[in-house]
Design a protein around this ligand. Sequence first.
Ligand SMILES: [Zn+2]
Length: 389
Amino acid sequence: MWYFASPLIVYGEDALSHLATLEGQRAALITDVHLVALGLADKVADFLRQGGLEVVCYDRVEPEPSLELVKEGAEFLLTHSPDWIVALGGGSVIDAAKAMWILYARPDLDPEAINPIEHFNLRAKARFVAIPTTSGTGSEVTWAIVLTNRAERRKLGLGSREAIADIAIVDPAVVMDLPPRLTADTGLDALTHAIEGFTSTYHNDFTDGLCLKAAKLVFEYLPRAYRFGKDDPEARARMHYAATLAGLGFGNAMAALAHGIGHALGAIFHLPHGRAVALALPYTIAYCAQGEPGSTRYAELAYHLRLPAESEWVAAKALIEAVTDLMRQVEQPLTLAQAGIAQRDLEREMSVLIDHAMNDTQTIMSPRVPDESELQALLWQMYSGDISL
Ligand SMILES: [Zn+2]
C-alpha cells in the first residue's frame, strides 16, 4: 500500500485572492523580512483580513532554517493560538513553517524527532496554507521538511505525511520580480526533482507523468524566465507551475543521489540548494548509467524530451548534454571549482561530505548507490568537471 498526497492547488491569475475565502479566527503568517519589505506579506495579510481573520506575523525565518529557529517559531504559535498557518516564502520558509506546525501540535517533541511513523493530529489545532515565492522547491505540495543542525553542520531530511499543506496557492504574480540568480538556482532544483523523481527507485505510475511534464516545462521556459524576467510573464507562470508539478512528482516518489550529495554540499559549503543539486545531477546520471544494466530509465525520459534515446547509454549522454547546456544558458557553475570551492577545502571536508551524503535519505533511492570510495571519486569528478561516460 502507498499513497499519493496533494493539497488543494489554487493556481493562476489572482490565486492569492483565494485567501479571502478562508474561514476561522486567526492566521499566523510565517515569512521572512525580505517578503515583508517587498510588501508581499502585507498583501497576503490584507486578503486574510478580508475574510474576517485576525493576522499575526512571524518574519524571522532565515535560509537553511535551524532547529532553534523552528522551536522559536513554535513558541510564537503557542502564544497566539492560530487556527490557520500561512507560510509565505521559498522552501526554507515553507519547510520551517511545517516543522513549527508539528511542534505547535506537539510542544514536547524535539524537531529532530519529526518522523513519518508517528501521528501528530496536526489539524486539531490548525490548517496550513503554503504560498511559494520561488519556482523550484515544490515544498508547497510535499510533506518533506529539510532543517539544518548547525552544530553538526548537517541537513536533516525529516517529514510527516500529515505535514502537507491543505492549500497550495501557486500564483505567478508573486514570482514576477524574482532575481535571475534565484530564478536559475530554484528552476534547476525543479528540474532535478523532475529527473530524480522519474528515475528514483520509488518512481511510480502516479508520478511519472508529472515528472515528465515538469522536466519539459523547465527545459522550455527556464532560459526565458532567466533572461526576460517579468517581461515574459508566460515563462514565469509556466516555471511556477513546473516547480509545483515536479514537487508533486518527487514528493510522491523520492529524489535521489544528486539530492543526497547536494544536501551535504549545502550544509558544509552553504551552496544554495538548487545550485548544489543541479551541479551534482549530470555527474550522478553518468554514474548511474554505468551501473546494473536495466536499472535506469534514461531512455524513456530522453524519449519524452525528444532527445536521442536508442539505448540507456545514448540517452544518458544526451540527457547530460541537455542538462549541462541548460545550466550554461542560465550561467550556473558546472564544477565545484566554478562554484567557488577550493581544492584544499574539498580535501579537508571530504570525509564529512561522504558521511553526510551516505546517510542522506535520498541517496539510497538512487538506481545505483555508491560506496564511500565511489562517492569520493564522484566528488573529485565534480570538482574537476570530468563527466565521463
Ligand atoms: Zn530539491
